[in-house]
Write a protein that binds this ligand. Structure first.
Ligand SMILES: [Zn+2]
Length: 652
């Protein structure tokens, strides 16, 4: 999973007790599945009204007479949270042998629906309306695109093994629309697609996006399989993408195969929506990804620079997250009593943040020469975060379901956020990479660990791991105190992120007044002013304060989220004037006078800051090995220009 919005909630009391071994899983008392491969549950998802934000689902669900319970999926793989969008489910109707059946929601578990099935009823007919766009579930449909997540369209027999419960799904699209999915297809007739019977796990793991303006690009073929980039745009002109950009995405599969030394997918679809309305998001699946970015994502170099790791990140999850999964994140059923535990997201998401960025640079989606600047921005951001003085990374991964869902309030740098185990994860795994390189005198690297961790070729399957397994794999690559390493940076309070890796990689962190292109790019794509490393404030272009860094000059002056700076030294606020005021105050003694609007009140604040603009950069240490350029170097030579492939049919 990957998202841009900084999420988080007020930090809970932090326990620094040693992490519980927690290997004990609740005993499984699963019921025999009534939907079998030969006699599956069926679902017909009618999305003809998707442009109006509505869809209709009709199911036949095998049942047994007597009390019977059906569930709406709650823990959605890849979301790492119990966030199945229940509020999008409405107008529920259930019939047995043509007669309406009364249903009742469970008083405690809102995702469960109880029935009393009459004798002689073998299957029930279940219909509900799917409201596509809701506050908590997010925006899923526009006039031209619908993100097709099957978990929104089904109810199923409670307390069964998702791998052993089978579903045959069909999809009806608006006239003339097209789709993409990793699901195997049995038949397509006009706007209806009938998929083959698959397990419930596979169905929910196979997003099926549909759209009016669609482009399918075959990005790689080999060994009887292929990878695809399936684009769904809100505006047709956003599908006119430069060949150079597409060529970089075509390097992605060879680079990922070289990194992991194999694959665990039979086919792979990157399903990417291009829509400002649908926003930015990425959800991993075994043989596909549900990727969402703005209208101009594929046509804007600034967007590719800022977020070019979106598709590589989700693709890398096929190995790290879907194939290899933390033992306590893998559950047989999407609902109670099988909640996921998220402690090991420091591997699942933390290493994947590094892998996604690394693949984006190796593939050429971003220029490898930019990595030091990129790293400087990430390192400085993590080291200028006050919350780390009280809250270790393990709290952010353990609390991930809350950090993800509910963190849109003030002071994210004090609270810490879900972003932290991604970005700090990258710094930590870069540290691991440089330690391996130093310990082995350049003979080995994290590229060896990835192969021990997730190498080989197989069909999609899940192989679980524990923390001890990970430390064992690293020791296979090179012996080191890996347990102590993770204990220090994940399980204990670490006032600074790992610092050694920058020097080990041949660089030092410096600050000067020249803008960092990633800090600037991040501010531009989010329409904000970033004065985080100097004054200690982030705000909108209109001076609306978003976050203030604890103990900074902005903090000392009394700035706070919710305030708006309306004037600087009696002149109306604008971003150029702000930069000029900080620059002119350098080395002086006079405060910058700010006029503030807070609610219906105006006040004046004096900002005493005299150190000028500050942006982070990495500088080479002369005479040392430049590990960063070694790490980001492509592993596979770019393919020779071949004749353009024939237009690819919609693959199954
Ligand atoms: Zn992720």
């Amino acid at each position: 999973m990957k998202h841009l919005i900084q999420a988080g909630i007020a930090a809970l009391a932090v326990s620094l007790a040693p992490a519980l071994p927690a290997h004990a899983q609740p005993a499984l008392h699963l019921d025999p599945p009534l939907a079998t491969r030969s006699d599956p549950m069926t679902v017909v998802f009618d999305a003809r009204k998707a442009p109006l934000g509505l869809a209709y689902t009709h199911m036949t669900i095998p049942v047994a007479p007597g009390p019977f319970t059906i569930d709406y999926p709650q823990w959605i793989p890849g979301d790492h949270a119990p966030d199945g969008p229940l509020q999008g489910m409405s107008e529920l109707r259930i019939k047995g042998n043509g007669a309406p059946l009364r249903w009742q929601r469970d008083q405690v578990d809102m995702y469960a629906f109880h029935l009393d099935v009459p004798q002689g009823v073998r299957t029930i007919d279940v219909d509900f309306t799917v409201i596509m766009n809701t506050d908590l579930g997010g925006m899923m449909a526009t006039r031209n695109i619908m993100i097709g997540n099957w978990n929104r369209a089904i109810l199923y027999q409670r307390n069964t093994d998702n791998e052993q419960y089978f579903v045959r799904a069909s999809l009806i699209m608006p006239p003339g629309w097209d789709y993409a999915s990793a699901l195997p297809v049995v038949a397509r007739s006009g706007d209806r697609v009938d998929f083959d019977t698959v397990s419930l796990e596979t169905l929910v793991d196979s997003p099926t996006d549909i759209g009016r303006y669609v482009k399918h690009i075959t990005t790689w073929t080999g060994n009887g399989t292929a990878t695809y980039l399936d684009l769904f745009a809100d505006a047709p002109e956003d599908l006119k993408i430069d060949d150079k950009v597409i060529d970089a995405y075509k390097n992605l599969t060879p680079e990922a195969l070289a990194l992991y030394g194999g694959r665990h997918w039979n086919v792979y679809h990157s399903e990417l929506t291009l829509s400002d309305q649908l926003g930015f998001e990425g959800i991993e699946h075994h043989q596909s990804s549900d990727d969402r970015a703005g209208d101009s994502f594929m046509t804007s170099p600034a967007e590719q620079l800022a977020n070019g790791d979106l598709l590589p990140h989700e693709f890398s999850h096929s190995w790290n997250g879907k194939y290899r999964r933390p033992f306590d994140l893998q559950q047989p059923d999407f609902n109670d009593p099988y909640p996921e535990r998220t402690e090991l997201l420091w591997q699942y998401e933390g290493m994947n943040q590094y892998m996604g960025d690394l693949l984006s640079f190796r593939a050429g989606i971003r220029d490898p020469k930019d990595y030091p600047e990129f790293l400087a921005a990430m390192y400085a951001t993590m080291s200028y975060e006050p919350g780390r003085k009280t809250t270790p990374i393990i709290d952010t991964t353990t609390g991930a379901p809350y950090y993800y869902c509910c963190g849109y309030g003030d002071y994210p740098s004090i609270r810490r956020t879900a972003n932290d185990f991604y970005d700090e994860g990258e710094l930590m795994w870069l540290d691991v990479d440089t330690i391996i390189r130093q310990q082995t005198h350049g003979a080995k690297s994290l590229d060896d660990y990835t192969k021990v961790f997730a190498g080989g070729v197989s069909a999609p399957k899940v192989v679980t791991y524990t923390r001890e397994d990970l430390e064992g794999y690293l020791n296979q690559v090179t012996p080191y105190d890996w347990h102590g390493f993770f204990q220090k940076y994940v399980y204990s309070i670490a006032p600074q992120p790992p610092t050694d890796e920058i020097a080990r990689a041949g660089y030092k962190l410096v600050f000067d007044d020249k803008p960092n292109k990633f800090v600037a790019g991040r501010a531009a794509t989010r329409h904000r002013i970033d004065s985080w490393f100097d004054v200690g404030v982030q705000m909108s272009q209109k001076g609306e304060v978003g976050d203030v860094r604890e103990d900074s000059a902005a903090w000392a002056a009394g700035l706070a989220p919710g305030m708006q700076i309306v004037a600087i030294d009696d002149r109306a606020f604008d971003s150029d004037l702000w930069t000029e005021a900080i620059t002119n105050a350098k080395g002086g003694t006079d405060a910058i006078h700010l006029r503030i609007k807070q609610g219906g009140w105006y006040t004046r604040l004096d900002l005493a800051y005299h150190d000028g603009l500050k942006y982070p950069h990495l500088e080479r240490i002369p005479g040392t090995t430049d590990m960063l350029s070694q790490i980001m170097q492509p592993r596979v030579p770019p393919p020779k220009k071949a004749a353009p492939a024939a237009a690819s049919p919609v693959p199954g």
